[in-house]
Design a protein around this ligand. Structure first.
Ligand code: F6P
Length: 364
């Protein structure tokens, strides 16, 4: 009798709405092929300390597609190739635990891993693929900065949440004749700011791809005044930077963490606007609200399509690949190729042109 195929799935990096839908999809597509499916808890942590592995069954994933977060837990600190561990004198050292992960993977009899993550986690998946581990990647991130796919799940929910928040700011901004500066996530990509800013009828959108000049931002606000619009909405990506400056870093990357923590740009811009225009300004940071809540129908469906496509890729032994949306279909792209792409807002693209034609300023 041949051995039953046994696959496992993990989620890594910042959570994104749609992760549970992807887990459900992998589980059901595996189950319907008579495979055994297991969930690794906490990114790769569950393959270092293997107590953290759970059997995924239809009962376990029933109805989770509509839930935010991930039932498997996630982390943006757990790179097994550079795991921070305290030594005897309390100093943190980075250890390569990748062989332990691979050893446990084989000892437990797994035939493939579905790694669901953003660029950081998929970089780790690629490193494991290079060491011979049979891995298929599934891209997720609210930032939409993962190359090789038209879009990632999580993004649509994040822009819907951000647009809803911007919509709500119009009435209070108008009532007080204020400038409201809204900071949204996105790291070094401006997709969330651009899409929610246009949809939410912002006056100014500031994105990392187009460095801003604060004087030009203020000119736009004052021009609006001349036309009788006495309030303004400025949507700023957390990674936006002035023409003569750098992005705003709230905290440096801790040892073992993927990235620095960005933040603070909205507060700075609001205070500069008040100084330069004498207009009352307030800043608001949407933060992790953008990662929360139930995934939109688009994200849910995309995650379900990605998850099942990953199982079909395993069936076809397409290891080292990432599932991707190549509209209108789901396809496969080598992880290596996808990771080489630095996906950013195209400054000449039609979405930026749309904003400009609507009279929205980028502060340039
Ligand atoms: O990459 C997703 C993201 O939400 C970014 O938009 C943001 O900069 C970062 O993660 C925040 O990370 P953390 O959850 O560690 O605060």
């Amino acid at each position: 009798m041949s051995k039953r195929i046994k696959i496992c799935v993990n989620t890594g990096g910042g959570d994104a709405p749609g992760l549970n839908a992807a887990i459900e999809a992998v589980t059901m597509a595996g189950y319907n092929r008579q495979w055994e499916v297991y969930g690794i808890k906490g990114g790769y942590a569950g393959l270092i300390d293997t107590d953290e592995i759970i059997r995924l069954t239809p009962e376990k994933v029933d109805g989770i597609a509509s839930l935010g977060g991930t039932i498997l837990g996630t982390t943006n600190k757990g790179n097994p190739f550079k795991m921070p561990i305290k030594n005897a004198v309390g100093e943190i050292e980075l250890h390569d635990l990748s062989d332990k992960v691979i050893g446990n993977f084989h000892r437990l009899g797994f035939d493939a891993l579905v790694a669901i993550g953003g660029d950081g986690s998929l970089e780790i998946a690629h490193e494991f693929a290079k060491k011979g581990m049979p891995v298929v990647g599934v891209p997720k991130t609210i930032d939409n900065d993962m190359g090789g796919t038209v879009v990632t799940f999580g993004f649509d929910t994040a822009i819907s949440t951000a647009t809803d928040a911007i919509d709500r700011l119009h009435s209070t901004a108008m009532s007080h004749e204020r400038v409201m500066v809204v900071e949204v996530m996105g790291r070094n990509a401006g997709f969330i700011a651009l899409n929610s800013g246009i949809s939410g009828n912002a006056d100014v959108i500031l994105i990392p791809e187009i460095p801003y000049d604060i004087e030009k931002v203020c000119n736009k606000i004052m021009e609006n005044e001349l036309h009788g619009r006495k309030y303004a909405i400025v949507v700023v990506a957390e990674g936006a930077r002035p023409v003569d400056g750098k992005e705003f870093i709230k905290a440096d990357a801790e040892i073992g963490r993927e990235h620095v923590i960005l933040g603070g740009v909205a507060e700075m811009i609001a205070s500069e606007i008040t100084q330069l225009t004498s207009k009352d300004s307030r800043s608001i940071v949407l933060g992790h609200l953008q990662r929360g809540g139930s995934p939109t129908t688009f994200d849910r469906l995309l995650a379900l399509r990605f998850g099942t496509a990953a199982v079909r890729a395993i069936e076809d032994r397409k290891f080292g690949y990432m599932v991707s949306l190549i509209s209108p279909n789901i396809g496969l792209i080598p992880l290596e190729e996808a990771l080489k792409i630095n996906k950013r807002v195209s400054v000449d693209g039609d979405t930026v042109m749309t904003a400009r034609d609507l009279g929205i300023s980028f502060g340039d």
